[in-house]
Ligand binder design. Structure first.
Ligand code: SF4
Length: 454
């Protein structure tokens, strides 16, 4: 008989419950917001665009602009060709962007709209651009949408002139504006000349000026994306996020790339800085060495609270792998490691990390969901949860300390301004994790004191 008690683990192949990911266009929209004077455009119904914009605004606490093809029944039957042509004309007339980045949705993909043909057939004003990416949401996750949109920009815009520009391209992975600022700061400290693409800093963390600006100062410019074809090398950060656009640039312009994990924690940040400094032919400056030393110092200081404490890590694949590497460096046990994004290489990479640190008591799963994680935790608990806001219900139900990390974080403020990457990002997470565990210890000892008094 089928056991339906809460702790029974049912192996589900088709159904996902609380899936630990969102749809492709959310990622495509975020990638497009990292391009200067770009209007992201959702080729589908108004409901899709509203959802994608709201989702990003709730994480960043900033307006996420986007237009829509506003599909109705007619478009569903006859295709969205006339909608996109009218949309593009109106957007250039009214909102005056330099570029429109079109991403498709479930509906337009199901109809089979041929975006290449539609764009070739458009009257695009002189000096303006329209690019597109196919982002069917029933495949992959917002991470696929993010890298598909990056590859779309590259395919349409990047060119090789034959004259190297002395720059390195850096693809930051799906990270916050605070991380993008941190990457630029580290590159500047090393003296490396870079193009960061995309770059949502000064867009999704723009200051309050008293005036609404539809196109804030930040974002990679069209000229910079065109010029990426002349970069000497690309550092593609986030092995499961940045490989696709790096391959697109290699195929189109022959730019070689170095694929690296997101620089989260000591080992990954060391690797990124060493590779970048070797390329720039400069030493890593003392400023960064000092930060590294401070990070090691605080990990040593707090190891009484961290050592052998178990943690469940969940979220986007590269973020989860980076955080898993960090918690292993901290002496913790990443007992459960899951992502909602499909891909066997996630599990393989997580298992390599477990092996490197001699952990045979941890398990990893891709295309997993939070219902399953909750079942694992019910059967064998953990000391800490580390992941997106969607872990809140598990934390509450099982009374487990919870540190928010990754995407989305909907129920906290300010976090997109601070890095997770680099030594400073790791320092911040050592503080958050240690304090969450110390708070729990204080609560437990207060309960014991109460029992003694009673
Ligand atoms: S219909 Fe598809 S594209 Fe639109 S919001 Fe839903 S999953 Fe995303």
């Amino acid at each position: 008989m089928l056991d339906l008690t809460p702790t029974a683990i049912i192996d589900r192949e088709a159904l996902r419950i609380n899936p630990c990911k969102t749809c492709q266009p959310v990622g495509a929209l975020y990638a497009a917001l990292g391009v200067h004077r770009c209007m992201p455009h959702s080729h589908g119904s108004q409901g899709c665009a509203s959802y994608h914009r709201t989702f990003l605004s709730r994480h960043f606490k900033e307006p996420a602009i986007a237009s829509t093809s506003s599909f109705t029944e007619g478009a569903s039957v006859f295709g969205g060709g006339s909608n996109i042509k009218t949309s593009v004309k109106n957007i250039f007339d009214i909102y005056k962007p330099d570029i429109i980045a079109v991403h498709t949705t479930c509906l337009s993909e199901t109809i089979g709209d041929d975006m290449n043909a539609y764009i070739q057939d458009m009257d695009i004003p002189e000096g303006k651009y329209v690019v597109h990416a196919n982002t069917p949401s029933y495949v992959g996750s917002h991470i696929n949408g993010y890298f598909n949109m990056m590859a779309g920009f590259i395919r349409y815009l990047s060119k090789k002139s034959g004259k190297p520009n002395g720059k390195a391209g850096i693809f930051p992975g799906f990270v916050n504006p605070g991380d993008m600022r941190e990457l630029k700061r580290m590159a500047k400290a090393i003296g490396a000349s870079i193009t960061l693409f995309p770059d949502a800093s000064q867009v999704m963390d723009a200051p309050m000026t008293g005036h609404y600006s539809m196109y804030p100062k930040g974002g990679t410019t069209i000229a910079e994306i065109e010029n990426m074809g002349d970069c000497e090398r690309v550092f593609a950060l986030g092995e499961l996020t940045s490989e696709e656009p790096a391959n697109a640039l290699l195929r189109k312009c022959g730019v070689a790339y170095t694929l690296l994990p997101l620089p989260i924690g000591i080992v990954n940040t060391d690797e990124f800085l060493m590779k970048l400094s070797r390329w720039a032919k400069n030493e890593v400056p003392y400023e960064l060495e000092e930060e590294r030393g401070q990070l090691i110092d605080v990990i040593l200081d707090s190891h009484f609270y961290l050592s052998d404490r178990s943690v469940a890590v969940f979220g986007d694949p590269d973020m989860v792998l980076g955080l898993t590497s960090l918690v292993l460096e901290m002496g913790m046990i990443p007992k459960y490691v899951i992502t909602g994004t499909p891909g066997d290489s996630f599990t393989r990479k997580a298992e390599e990390l477990f092996k490197r640190y001699g952990r045979s008591d941890c398990k990893a799963k891709a295309a997993a969901d939070l219902f399953e994680l909750h079942q694992w935790i019910k059967n064998d608990g953990v000391d800490l949860l580390l992941g997106s806001s969607y872990g809140k219900q598990i934390a509450k139900a099982e009374d487990i300390p919870f540190v928010r990390a990754g995407f989305p974080i909907l129920d906290r403020y300010v976090h997109p301004y601070f890095p997770t990457l680099g030594y400073t990002g790791a320092l911040r997470f050592v503080e958050k994790i240690t304090n969450a565990l110390m708070d729990r210890q204080d609560e437990d000892s207060a309960d014991e004191d109460l029992e003694v008094v009673m």
